[in-house]
Design a protein around this ligand. Structure first.
Ligand SMILES: Nc1nc2c(ncn2[C@@H]2O[C@H](COP(=O)(O)OP(=O)(O)OP(=O)(O)O)[C@@H](O)[C@H]2O)c(=O)[nH]1
Length: 309
């Protein structure tokens, strides 16, 4: 007993994922399956068209590369990708359904047979919006300090290690600020722990008002924050530190009906060519912070060699 072509087509049409057939020049011959199509399905847009007819130049190039790589390597490739409204160039009613970014996982398998004299692949795309959202949430949770919403130590050290490598590879400056709230114990003792918690949150918010999007601010523990400033020289980092210090000094901290005066001390350092690991830059920022505390608090201090002697 064997299945007829119409029966096979009926069975394939019942597959939940969208299955496309592309020739090596990016033409989509057919789409099958897609029983569980979400509100947006790129398959319908693609059938009978080249990827370059449907997608922006960049996205079409990416599709073509995936198809050709799979053919060249003669193996299954699994790729995750997003399609957003900006990626679609067709003024089509289907594309109007794409109101937000959608995430897909594609399994791209080269076919043994030629189609119209061309090599071809089967592209099985599964919508992974839910999984992607969940992964994002988990990632955010795993790298965030619960109380303040700042990044946590783990994420900070990850970023520092990345920037340390970039510095040594491309000589891209990177500076570090260590910040510690002054006499925080006194705030806790005087107004209570919940009040201290609110101060911590507001300090983080005030730090953020002075940072660029590329900067990384993490709570290192207790009342200490670390701020990583990519592409920033020490002198610029010192100016940023001073701006943060002033923003906090001038901000009115109101916590549970108490008005609390809060100041911070900051130590500034930068990654140096002579550094053999990330710990050195941290140690220098810590030394500068210690100096700021020892010489009166409420100040931003740049690391000087004499601090480590
Ligand atoms: N409310 C609150 N307090 C915390 C938290 N983590 C640490 N602390 C408190 O932070 C205080 C830190 O005190 P110290 O290390 O003596 O430092 P300090 O009083 O800020 O003094 P200097 O740093 O020398 O200016 C301690 O009282 C800790 O209990 C937290 O998550 N919430």
């Amino acid at each position: 007993m064997h299945l007829s072509t119409p029966q096979l087509l009926e069975i394939v049409a019942a597959f939940p994922d969208s299955t496309l057939v592309f020739t090596e020049d990016g033409y989509c011959i057919a789409h099958l399956g897609d029983q569980e199509a979400h509100e947006f399905s790129s398959s319908r847009l693609l059938t009978g068209r080249f990827v370059s007819d449907v997608f922006s130049e960049e996205k079409a190039k990416w599709f073509l590369q995936q198809i050709r790589n799979s053919i060249f390597e003669q193996r299954l490739r699994v790729s995750e990708y997003a399609i957003s409204p900006d990626d679609i160039r067709l003024p089509n009613c289907e594309s109007a359904k794409l109101e937000r970014e959608h995430w897909f996982e594609a399994r791209i398998l080269p076919l043994n047979s030629f189609i119209d004299g061309q090599r071809a692949v089967v592209w099985a795309a599964r919508n992974i919006n839910e999984r992607y959202k969940l992964e994002q949430q988990l990632r955010r949770l795993s790298e965030t300090d619960e109380l303040t919403g700042a990044f946590n130590r783990r994420r900070f050290f990850e970023s520092l290690a990345n920037h340390y490598q970039t510095f040594h590879r491309h000589f891209l400056d990177c500076s570090l600020i260590m910040l510690d709230i002054d006499n925080f114990k006194r705030i806790n003792d005087q107004y209570g722990h919940p009040c201290g918690d609110r101060v911590l949150k507001q300090v983080y918010q005030q730090i953020c008002t002075q940072l660029r999007e590329v900067d990384i601010c993490a709570r290192m523990g207790g009342e200490e924050f670390a701020i990583l400033l990519p592409n920033t020289k020490t002198s610029e980092a010192l100016r940023s530190a001073e701006r943060i210090r002033i923003a906090i000094e001038e901000y009115t901290f109101t916590t549970l009906n108490h008005q609390v005066d809060v100041t911070v001390s900051l130590g500034v350092s930068s990654i140096e060519v002579t550094d053999s690991n990330c710990d050195s830059v941290l140690q220098r920022a810590d030394d500068a912070l210690y100096h700021a505390k020892k010489t009166g608090r409420n100040q931003a201090v740049q690391f000087l060699e004499e601090f480590s002697i």
